[in-house]
Design a protein around this ligand. Structure first.
Ligand code: ATP
Length: 240
């Protein structure tokens, strides 16, 4: 299970209920090492719910989730220790803390040694603007800068699997493009990425594989770039 195509995440027949609402209805998918996989779908389709399950925050009503061939642990801190890091929708930074303090929080499980410094430098290489804003309170950053910081904070924990929930939300088109390029770079550095997006075109184009989620069920799956051009999907989900 250690080859380049090894599965790092497998979700089988996942079901989630919120009281009477059946938000996720028998969803199955996988993420292999070194892949970008996206789940696209409109508002309320259940995308964030899947991410919250993977982060150990929401308890499913049925199904199985395995990471690295073992059942997903039940608590968020154990999930992080397993190597999964969620960047939630709308970022959820510690807004009163500085950029630097947020990055230190991201590395809280680790020692402040040379590796910490190296990982900081990796973040500044991916997002140069953060290096110039270390002492700025994160609540005063622009939306795009906050997204960069949220991703960097997750990377400081050295995850093997990065879960990105709508990272392009609210960003200008040029910034979305930069962000997508950076996600490719993060993948190239060995991190497997699960990407959830409502703005699906670019997400699918950079993805190895994609799944379309509609009212809690997958209605299509395939190679990312092919799905991005699928006329039904363009019409129904991408506003084309
Ligand atoms: P969005 O992009 O708008 O966040 P989404 O695809 O991420 O949409 P979810 O947030 O996962 O969708 O929501 C799926 C369904 O579950 C929706 O009908 C939503 O109203 C419902 N839901 C989500 N969270 C809760 C909750 N805590 N309690 C009750 N219902 C919820």
């Amino acid at each position: 299970m250690n080859g380049p195509q090894a599965e790092v995440l497998r979700v089988s027949d996942l079901n989630v209920h919120y009281g009477a609402i059946h938000a996720v209805q028998g969803v199955s998918f996988s993420l292999r090492r070194g892949e970008i996989v996206s789940i696209v779908g409109s508002n309320g389709a259940g995308k964030s719910t899947i991410m919250w399950v993977l982060a150990g925050v929401v308890t499913p009503s049925g199904g199985r989730v395995e990471t690295y061939g073992r059942p997903l642990p039940g608590k968020p801190n154990e999930v992080v220790a397993r190597g999964l890091a969620l960047v939630p929708e709308r970022r959820r930074l510690f807004s009163a803390l500085t950029v630097e303090e947020n990055l230190v929080m991201g590395a809280y499980r680790r020692k402040m040694n040379d590796e910490f410094q190296r990982d900081l430098e990796r973040c500044f290489r991916l997002f140069p603007v953060l290096g110039q804003r270390l002492k700025q309170r994160s609540g005063t950053l622009s939306g795009g800068e906050q997204q960069m910081l949220a991703i960097s904070r997750a990377l400081m924990g050295r995850p093997g699997i990065l879960l990105l929930d709508e990272p392009s939300l609210g960003l200008a088109p040029l910034l979305v493009e930069t962000l997508m390029e950076t996600i490719l770079q993060i993948r190239d550095e060995g991190v497997s990425v699960l990407l959830v997006e409502q703005n699906a075109t670019r997400a699918l184009e950079i993805s190895d594989r994609g799944y379309v989620l509609e009212a809690g069920r997958f209605t299509k799956e395939g190679a990312g770039p092919e799905l991005a051009m699928d006329p039904d999907i363009v019409k129904a989900y991408l506003g084309g």
